[in-house]
Design a protein around this ligand. Structure first.
Ligand code: MG
Length: 252
């Protein structure tokens, strides 16, 4: 091998070595979940009003035990959540999705975290409403329960903290009214317009026309990928026994 070739070989090895030293740790650091936690502004705690009944033109997603048939697990098999009377409860059987698919919509959903407090931070009454199975409005017991603010109840998970903390005590029913605008994509797969979410928590606005940066991700930064105009709504089973009742939706 000539001297020039040896020098080229050595240069190549040096580049690989430098990549390993600098680039890989940088990529790993960017994926570190703590990097996207926002602790900059604590949403003020407020009190809230009474719940809302379904209007006449709403699609009922859950009102009675049998309405669990409007939902399946992610594989399309019957939802494994427990139902009793007029509520359903997560059961460590995994997330559930609606049989029907939705784009732009208004949704009302009532939920409560366990009266007996178990765990803290993200491990306390955690669930979530994922629009189009991708964009999460966080459900969490955020009553005197500190966590990163863009991960507390009513956060657009890891993207936007709620304007205020309207959380009720553990075991009390709470509700969200949400207006969701689905993202649109161009034919070349680029983003035409982002998903937009407005959220009321117990009647109080906590997200005001927020433009999502992409799907909710735990580590790393959100990034849009094109998808169908309509997709199911998903409720998260995070392993905490969260209950739901009176869920209705209106297509926009
Ligand atoms: Mg969640």
């Amino acid at each position: 091998m000539g001297g020039a070739k040896i020098i080229i070989q050595m240069k190549k090895r040096l580049i690989v070595f430098l990549l390993a030293i600098f680039a890989i740790p940088m990529v790993l650091r960017a994926q570190e979940p703590k990097m996207t936690e926002d602790w900059s502004r604590k949403p003020p705690v407020i009190q809230s009003g009474k719940r809302m009944k379904a209007p006449s033109d709403a699609i009922i997603l859950f009102k009675k035990g049998k309405d669990i048939n409007n939902w399946t697990n992610r594989a399309g098999d019957p939802a494994g959540w427990k139902t009793s009377c007029r509520k359903m409860t997560t059961s460590r059987s995994g997330d559930i999705i609606t049989r029907q698919e939705f784009g732009d919509c208004q949704i009302h959903i009532e939920w409560r975290s366990p009266r007996k407090v178990v765990g803290d931070g993200q491990g306390r009454g955690n669930s979530g409403i994922y629009f189009q199975t991708l964009y999460e409005v966080q459900i969490l017991d955020s009553y005197e329960n500190e966590t990163y603010y863009n991960g507390q109840a009513g956060a657009i998970y890891k993207q936007s903290s709620p304007l205020v903390n309207a959380s009720r005590k553990p075991g009390k029913w709470q509700y969200y009214d949400i207006i969701f605008r689905a993202p649109r994509f161009n034919e070349d797969a680029s983003l035409k317009s982002p998903a937009i979410v407005t959220v009321f928590h117990n009647g109080v606005i906590i997200q005001d026309h927020f433009e999502l940066k992409g799907p909710s991700v735990y580590g790393g930064y959100p990034k849009y990928s094109p998808h169908l105009e309509k997709k199911p709504l998903l409720l998260q089973d995070h392993g905490n026994p969260v209950q739901f009742r009176n869920i209705w939706i209106r297509e926009l």
